[in-house]
Design a protein around this ligand. Structure first.
Ligand code: NCD
Length: 304
């Protein structure tokens, strides 16, 4: 299916072929991530961020500007008519009248799907609730493909809050398009939701669950770490129970394969120690930097 005019709401809407097209384009865009490429002149991207963000919003904005386009929007509902009681639907309707593509981030699951139903322009989900963050998953998969030269055949560990982290949910959905083995490493209580497990397993993804990193580490080609999503816990006592329950340090990576890469969507809090930055395994800052060419590729495919 062509990328043109498409909404990007969930990883489930994309095929392996779609991702391969995106990766090839992102690889080309790496050359223009600084110098720019004037292909979206006169086009406008609206960013509607109802939840905090650093990398996702700034890499989208940088990508649009490097392609010669313009950016309008807001990075928090504060200062917009939402404070006067304007509904989400009306806000999206207005942005749709102004812009050629709308990038939305929201605290509530389903917000991006709703926006896509309302807007004529393509809507890109920049994270809604604890379920979907498709462009981060595309970036994560691109980083693996770029750094390892392939995705098939790899053993990939995913460690941390696998229940509330939307990046993990979208990444698992994306990985189910490839022939990989997954080690889920988390406290029992933070395993992915059953619906996600059922979905990815029905697509042939091979999963094993561990509670301790040491049990899985030696086999891994990639280790993806996520922060405990404190703001998504319904019960603060639940958070207290798991807070600090895992932490990756340079020391804990002894026993890893030489060419293991460590990824993290960032921001990190205390689950990924700064001592890892100096190891050959750290790939998360390169991962964040790939956000610009990857999003240049995505915008150029959707808008051209
Ligand atoms: C993530 C998010 O917002 O879901 N950040 C990001 O987009 N890179 C991860 C997180 O907040 O932990």
């Amino acid at each position: 299916m062509s990328w043109r005019g498409r909404d990007v709401v969930s990883m489930r809407d994309f095929s392996r072929g779609d991702l391969e097209v995106l990766f090839e384009r992102a690889r080309e865009m790496e050359r223009y991530a600084r110098s720019g490429l004037d292909v979206l002149r006169g086009r406008v991207m609206a960013v509607a961020f109802f939840e905090p963000s650093t990398r996702t919003r700034l890499s989208f904005e940088t990508a649009m500007k490097r392609l010669g386009g313009e950016v309008v929007g807001f990075s928090s509902a504060e200062g917009t008519s939402v404070e006067k009681g304007e509904t989400f639907s009306d806000t999206i309707r207005m942005l749709d009248a102004y812009a050629d593509v709308i990038v939305v981030r929201h605290r509530l699951e389903g917000a991006a799907r709703l926006a896509a139903e309302i807007a004529q322009s393509p809507v890109v989900n920049a994270g809604d609730g604890s379920f979907n963050h498709p462009t981060q998953a595309m970036l994560d998969l691109y980083t693996i493909w770029r750094e390892k030269g392939r995705i098939d055949g790899l053993k990939i560990g995913i460690m941390g809050d696998l229940k509330y982290a939307r990046t993990v949910n979208s990444l698992l959905e994306g990985l189910s398009l490839f022939d990989v083995e997954i080690a889920l490493i988390s406290p029992e209580f933070l395993r992915p939701r059953q619906e996600t497990l059922d979905y990815v397993q029905s697509r042939g993804l091979r999963l094993r669950a561990y509670t301790r990193l040491e049990e899985a580490l030696g086999e891994l080609d990639v280790l993806y770490v996520v922060r405990i999503q404190k703001e998504r816990f319904l019960d603060p006592l639940e958070f207290e129970r798991v807070k600090g329950s895992y932490k990756l340090t340079a020391e804990s990576l002894r026993g890893a394969k030489d060419d293991l890469i460590v990824l993290h969507p960032l921001p990190r809090v205390d689950e990924l120690d700064a001592s890892v930055d100096r190891t050959r395994h750290a790939a998360y800052f390169r991962q964040a930097a790939y956000g610009v060419p990857l999003r240049m590729a995505l915008l150029s495919l959707v808008l051209s």
